[in-house]
Design a binder for this molecule. Structure first.
Ligand SMILES: Cc1cc2nc3c(=O)[nH]c(=O)nc-3n(C[C@H](O)[C@H](O)[C@H](O)COP(=O)(O)O)c2cc1C
Length: 369
């Protein structure tokens, strides 16, 4: 899709790619304005979107020296699944708007970097096709619940059959955030190529012309977490909480993991930055579930800071989409490898040989000892 728009990004530009910010610039050149507004934008005045980045400047790393770091590994596990680094690919809708191969290229890129991809419910490919694109790679399925539960059940059943190993229930989109950038560019969801939405419409879901997210349930409550777990017998991760209170509820309802997230600043503007919320969630969870973080991670030093504050791993959204936009599978792989290399470097300079060696003592808040 992108080939018809924007500037072609040559391989020389791709080879000069050193940072995630470089990837962002390439992606912006590649994508048409409406797709870019969807990928890049946030809700309201985009304060939470900015705070997600700025929060990484509220903490300082406390490196330890004269530690033998001649052998450093970034490898870790998430819910027992080995991954090459504590960096996973966040669920993102409609990936064909960034690249014609969409989620299939994202899956191959994540697999090439030996890490896990979380597929969105509103993907432009089916779970079965994503699994076939990169056989054997680790994958989770993100859940938006359709008001017509049969549609969600079909997506879940297909994904579990195809080897997806956990369900990630997104809790912070009971309604869609107010996103002015999308409104200004006239962005429209590519509904016709989203199998779950096509299925929901075919079953008579909602009148024509409604926003596709009107097909989703906005009445979910905590008992649905336990219901999901009991019905499908797989680990359930709750994504999109930023308070100790909700972390407690997630644990009480049997969540195996939580993702501290404000949806990349795309939902409630003014909500606390995810990194800022991480310590209270980690304290509330108290080891009962794995804690992940997303929002604003752009550097290996961001990754180790999140680990130091108690995250087991982070997810990246937009950075992976930037890679997909300018380079398909190869671009995704390049971005993930930049993050892996930077994380390895940060671990070594922090005096840690593995993610497991990073502790709360490796970080301080500004002004505190
Ligand atoms: C283009 C785009 C689409 C997204 N679609 C979904 C989605 O379908 N489901 C979901 O749970 N989160 C979705 N998110 C949120 C991401 O999973 C993640 O929380 C967020 O992007 C993290 O922030 P970051 O982009 O700064 O890394 C989306 C984010 C972006 C940028």
């Amino acid at each position: 899709m992108n080939s018809a728009h924007g500037e072609a990004v040559g391989s020389a530009a791709m080879e000069n790619l050193l940072t995630v910010d470089d990837a962002e610039r390439l992606a912006e050149k590649t994508l048409p304005p409406d797709a870019w507004s969807y990928v890049q934008g946030g809700a309201g005045d985009e304060r939470t979107l900015r705070w997600n980045r700025e929060a990484f400047s509220q903490f300082r790393l406390r490196p330890r020296v004269l530690v033998d770091v001649s052998a450093v590994t970034t490898e870790t596990t998430v819910l027992g699944t080995p991954v090459s680094m504590p960096v996973l690919v966040a669920p993102m809708a409609f990936q064909q708007i960034a690249h014609e191969e969409g989620e299939l290229a994202m899956a191959r890129g994540a697999a090439a970097a030996s890490t896990l991809m979380c597929l969105s419910t509103v993907a432009t490919a089916t779970p079965r096709d994503v699994a076939a694109a990169a056989p054997g790679a680790p994958r989770w399925l993100q859940i938006y619940v359709f008001r017509d539960r049969e549609v969600s059940d079909q997506v879940i059943a297909e994904a579990l059959e195809a080897g997806f190993s956990a369900l990630v229930l997104t809790a912070d989109l009971p309604v869609y955030g107010i996103r002015h950038r999308e409104a200004r560019t006239g962005f429209e969801a590519p509904e016709g190529v989203v199998p779950a939405i096509v299925a929901a419409r075919a079953r008579g879901g909602d009148a024509e012309g409604h926003h596709s997210l009107d097909l989703l349930e906005s009445g979910l409550e905590w008992d649905y977490v336990a219901e999901l777990r009991e019905r499908w017998n797989v680990p359930v991760i709750v994504k999109g909480l930023v308070t100790a209170e909700d972390a407690e509820l997630a644990c009480a309802h049997g969540a195996a993991g939580v993702v501290v997230s404000n949806h990349g600043g795309r939902q409630l503007d003014g909500a606390i930055a995810s990194l800022e919320a991480l310590p209270e969630v980690v304290d509330a969870v108290a080891g009962r579930a794995e804690v992940y973080l997303d929002g604003g991670v752009r550097r290996g030093t961001d990754v180790v800071m999140a680990l130091a504050l108690g995250a087991r791993a982070v997810l990246v959204g937009r950075p992976a989409m930037y890679g997909l936009a300018f380079g398909g599978e190869k671009g995704v792989r390049q971005v993930l490898e930049i993050l892996r290399d930077e994380t390895e470097n940060a671990l070594a300079l922090l005096g840690c040989r593995s993610p497991a060696e990073v502790t709360r003592a490796h970080v301080s808040t500004i002004g505190s000892p």
